[in-house]
Design a protein around this ligand. Structure first.
Ligand SMILES: [Zn+2]
Length: 141
């Protein structure tokens, strides 16, 4: 079983993507204002499972405000995004933000999604994003 691991800069947030080899995972350079500011390179595959474990995450929503863009609350790395569609969680990883290895020599494909309706966006994410699990440590009070 193919499994890639990554983590944020401080190591508080760990991620994995498994089930699809790195060579078969797409690399996307979304051209939205958020992703360009972060230099984000995203990956996901409907046949690959994504897991986020640990760390306090800061969640940020923008645009249609459907998905959570997540940052390690300690070191600020943008680690990926998740969305709930029809009760199921889907996600993408930010390959750059979690230092995911296995993509050397590949050029990410630019994508522009600005003209999608909310319904088109949900359908695209169901088709292309990965099924995902998010385990977020709650801050101790
Ligand atoms: Zn961190």
């Amino acid at each position: 079983m193919s499994r890639l691991h990554g983590q944020c800069h401080c190591g508080a947030v760990r991620v994995a993507i498994e089930g699809v080899a790195a060579a078969d995972l797409p690399l996307r350079a979304c051209q939205c204002g958020f992703c360009r500011r972060h230099g984000a390179i995203s990956t996901s595959h409907p046949d690959a499972q994504i897991t986020f474990i640990g760390g306090r995450l800061h969640h940020y929503r923008f645009g249609h405000r459907k998905s959570d863009y997540m940052f390690c609350a300690e070191c600020g790395c943008y680690v990926g995004a998740t969305v709930i569609i029809d009760g199921e969680r889907y996600a993408i990883l930010n390959v750059t933000g979690v230092d995911l290895q296995g993509f050397d020599g590949r050029t990410p494909e630019p994508h522009v999604f600005d003209d999608e309706t909310p319904e088109e966006r949900a359908q695209r994410r169901k088709a292309r994003w990965s099924p995902a699990e998010l385990t977020e440590l709650q801050p101790s009070v």
